[in-house]
Design a binder for this molecule. Structure first.
Ligand SMILES: [Zn+2]
Length: 97
């Protein structure tokens, strides 16, 4: 008779299988986010005496990942190459499974 690996453990009729399983090791989560830097200033007064805020992007972008990576502020022109190089090491972690 050949015995296979233990796949279940029952103690007093209770399923205690989890107590003999080695849990998977923890791994850092990866979710890459992009933040575009912008600047703001009060706009000119309108004919009605109202003042709107004006906003514009500076052309700088920051790439961060939940694992702790941060690119710092980089030029928008560098973004495509930066994201492409991050794709391997910072592959998004599946939401479940
Ligand atoms: Zn990451």
């Amino acid at each position: 008779m050949e015995l296979g690996p233990i796949t279940g453990l029952y103690v007093d009729g209770q399923d205690a299988t989890d107590s003999i399983r080695t849990p998977e090791p923890w791994a850092l989560d990866h979710q890459v986010h992009l933040f575009a830097q912008s600047e703001v200033r009060p706009g000119p007064l309108t004919d009605e005496g109202e003042r709107w805020m004006e906003r514009q992007q500076t052309g700088k972008v920051m790439v961060v990942c939940t694992c702790g990576y941060s690119s710092g502020l980089i030029d928008h022109a560098e973004l495509e190459d930066t994201v492409a190089s991050l794709a391997v090491e910072h592959t998004p972690t599946p939401a479940s499974g």
